[in-house]
Design a protein around this ligand. Structure first.
Ligand code: CTP
Ligand code: C5P
Length: 390
């Protein structure tokens, strides 16, 4: 029914039918090892397909059994998925190969997975039963990032993903044309192999909270690298949020991180780090490339009430001019420290990978070989179907 201006008008009956509409429950499942913005983007898309999102995360024991040890343990992986702002519920230790029955148990209407292929131990496509039952929906896989790719970046210590990485003192480019700046793209699979991530304002818009501070909100500011966004960062941001109402994260530029952490860092460039941080439910806004020194201008511009820094794993390197980056908020009496109670750091994650270099290299190769086998089979099937048609 429409009014005289052509606007849709709902009858009381339609309104009450709408009010009792049962929410659509969506299910996703995965390892979610070293949660990155590709995982976050799949979860964001899944949430948009319904009203209530349940995410199953596999246990360490199952991942060890079917794939090889994860980099992040189950406690860390469960925490990371819970911290994603689109997630309503987490199923801990969800079965590695999902079954239709299991989805019914969660009262889910369908399962969502990315456009990459996953294969069960018998070489069959994992989601075939869900597809056959009309209970499968596909989301768009995010190109240019995977756990396998991140492991590759750390093992090879590649730098080609860095942006504007030049030595701030000499002005030398420390990325593409220097030794060691190899690409991880030795892989052929379009899924785990490296293709380029193309940051756009569209994806930024999709990840952004869109929430502005309300009058009277206490605005919190925290700055850092937030590289390989991890459970320690989540704990830190949860503590920071307790001090106010609205959290702004200032991300240091890639070249700033090169300066204070060495030229191999960051592992994720500023576009990638922006999306990872924006996906966190404790964050409302991100400053993409914030100044290392917290200036009066920055404090005024964002109307910041409190500046927060963690007590653990903190890089409070002096600025290039030797001054303390927190000098101004300290003088104004708005500087606070919080304890995340987590010892996790980007360096610990890199160390875990380096310590298990061979195991991870084998895992990466095996994963791609499995994908390539399935791609070949699918290609042959396609060719056979074409030949039959002609
Ligand atoms: N996913 C995605 N985009 C990516 C990476 C993952 O959409 N770039 C999606 C997958 O399609 C899946 C979910 O995230 O629906 C969980 O993925 P997971 O099983 O953790 O695998 P990967 O991140 O691909 O990790 P790996 O490379 O170790 O397989
Ligand atoms: O190291 P990075 O710059 O990414 O840290 C960003 C912020 O997170 C810092 O304030 C740091 O102290 C905090 N942090 C924390 N606990 C961790 C890791 C980081 O409080 N385990």
């Amino acid at each position: 029914m429409s009014d005289s201006d052509g606007n849709t008008v709902f009858t009381d009956k339609e309104k009450s039918a709408d009010a009792v509409k049962t929410p659509v429950r969506v299910y996703c499942v995965g390892c979610y090892d070293m949660v990155h913005f590709g995982h976050a983007n799949s979860i964001r898309q899944a949430k948009l397909m319904g009203d209530y999102l349940i995410v199953g995360v596999h246990s360490d024991a199952d991942i060890i059994k079917y794939k090889g040890p994860p980099v992040m343990n189950e406690r860390e992986r469960y925490k990371m998925i819970r911290a994603l702002k689109w997630v309503d519920e987490v199923v801990e230790g969800a079965p590695y190969y999902p079954e239709l029955e299991e989805m019914k148990q969660y009262d889910a209407d369908f399962i969502v997975h990315g456009s990459d292929i996953t294969v069960d131990p018998d070489g069959n496509e994992t989601y075939r039963h869900f597809r056959a039952a009309g209970k499968f929906k596909e989301c768009q896989r995010t190109a240019g990032v995977s756990t396998t790719d991140l492991v590759g970046r750390m093992l090879l210590m590649t730098k080609t993903h860095h942006l504007q990485a030049h030595n701030p003192v000499t002005g030398d480019d420390i990325t593409a044309d220097k030794p060691g700046a190899t690409s991880t793209s030795t892989m052929r699979s379009p899924y785990t192999g490296v293709s380029q991530f193309l940051p756009s304002t569209h994806i930024l818009h999709q990840f952004a909270s869109g929430i502005e501070p309300k009058p009277g909100d206490r605005i919190i500011y925290c700055a850092g690298a937030f590289d390989l966004f991890h459970a320690g960062h989540v704990d830190f941001l949860a503590e920071a949020l307790k001090l106010g109402d609205y959290v702004i994260v200032g991300l240091h530029t890639d070249s700033e991180i090169n300066r204070y952490d060495g030229s191999n860092y960051p592992i994720m460039n500023i576009h990638e780090r922006t999306l990872s941080v924006l996906a966190c439910r404790h964050v409302h806004e991100v400053v993409i490339g914030s100044p290392y020194k917290i200036t009066e201008d920055l404090l005024n511009h964002f109307k910041i009430d409190i500046v927060v820094c963690g007590t653990r794993n903190t890089h409070v390197e002096p600025c290039v001019d030797g001054s303390d980056p927190y000098e101004i908020p300290k003088k104004k009496g708005i500087f606070r420290q919080v304890d995340s109670k987590s010892e996790l750091s980007t360096q610990i994650i890199v160390d875990r990978i380096i310590a298990n270099r061979l195991r991870f290299q084998r895992r990466n190769k095996a994963k791609e070989a499995k994908e390539m086998r399935l791609i070949d089979i699918m290609e042959k099937k396609k060719q056979e179907a074409c030949a039959q048609e002609t």
